[in-house]
Design a protein around this ligand. Structure first.
Ligand SMILES: [Fe+2]
Length: 332
């Protein structure tokens, strides 16, 4: 398996040695003498794996590792920390900053090759999952593309719901789930015929039943992907209401999963503030007033709604740049 490897070490002889051993294995090797240079190289062309010395000038390897593991788009690159023989403390700190494996200096050739191989195998597996994620995200966006009036809806839901999620202190995994849900929450509409999906007049009771099934179909489509597990409750329950009159499960109050409640606020707000063939876009104040009426009717979570109103009034919601968002998606 030919891979790109970045070797980061301030000692030239060590860089040369590791480069030679890895090239013998058929890998393409780049090297950097300090963490700043390494950061630049990783930013411009992320490698498949990084061998990182702990002791580096300016910024040490542990700090660089912590920075990489905090970035969503880089955190899956395996990092092998290279430590001195007696520096057990470095290993403990390496584990804390998210290092994937360790090598001790002087590096044993066979150990190096074995560790690199095993991590590359794991990387291949996560890359495959990542590609599957992207396929589903693209599929989700293609549902939106059927109706030009909803263009950008996914992206705005993702941004608004993440903003609300951050305000209530949700952890990073939940923010990620909200971002994905913005694109895939209606993916089940793929199983709803266009004659119903795009029907101009009111739907019959039977047609409504089919339309409502998009929550269950969506959950079924995404269930096989392990990385989508936190997103499933959002997909299934994004049409529940606080009074139990929603679907598919008729959940009430806090029975409705928190992330679904967060996304609902973003979803409704965006639907109200966007122009559709049958209605004009409401202003921010008018949309929030309308939502307040629906909160009073026990449809949406009152606490989340008041936090969202506060963000919208005091801090302003994030500006949406469609081209930029599409770029971000392409690079994930
Ligand atoms: Fe939906």
């Amino acid at each position: 398996m030919r891979a790109t490897v970045l070797v980061v070490d301030d000692e030239l002889s060590q860089r040369e040695l590791l480069t030679e051993l890895l090239e013998l294995e058929g890998h393409e090797v780049f090297s950097a003498g300090d963490a700043l240079r390494a950061s630049q190289m990783i930013g411009s062309q992320p490698p498949d794996i990084i061998l990182l010395d702990v002791n580096l000038p300016y910024k040490n390897g542990l700090e660089l590792c912590r920075e990489l593991k905090a970035q969503e788009e880089l955190c899956l690159i395996p990092v092998i920390m290279v430590t001195g023989m007696t520096e057990a403390q470095d290993r403990i700190r390496g584990i804390e900053v998210g290092a994937d494996d360790f090598l001790t200096k002087p590096v044993d050739r066979f150990e190096l090759i074995a560790r690199v191989r095993s991590l590359l195998k794991r990387k291949e597996y996560t890359d495959e999952l990542d590609r599957a994620d992207n396929v589903l995200m693209a599929l989700g966006s293609s549902i939106e593309a059927k109706d030009p009036y909803t263009e950008g809806h996914c992206m705005r839901i993702a941004l608004y719901s993440q903003e609300l999620g951050r305000a209530i202190g949700l952890p990073r995994e939940d923010l990620r789930a909200l971002r994905i849900a913005g694109c895939v929450h209606d993916i089940g509409k793929i199983g709803v015929p266009d004659a119903i999906l795009l029907k101009k007049g009111p739907l019959t009771a039977a047609e409504w039943d089919i339309m409502r099934s998009h929550t269950l179909i969506g959950e079924r489509i995404c269930r096989p992907l392990r990385s989508f597990q936190p997103v499933l409750p959002i997909i299934r329950n994004h049409h529940e209401k606080q009074d139990g009159s929603g679907y598919p499960d008729g959940l009430r109050g806090s029975e409705v999963p928190l992330l679904a409640r967060v996304m609902q606020i973003a979803d409704i707000f965006d639907a109200l503030t966007t122009e559709r063939p049958y209605k004009a876009a409401l202003s921010l104040d008018a949309a929030l007033q309308q939502m307040q009426v629906e909160v009073d009717r026990s449809w949406w979570d009152p606490t989340l709604f008041s936090i969202f109103s506060e963000i919208a009034h005091l801090e302003g919601l994030p500006r949406v740049d469609l081209a930029e968002f599409k770029n971000d998606q392409d690079h994930e």
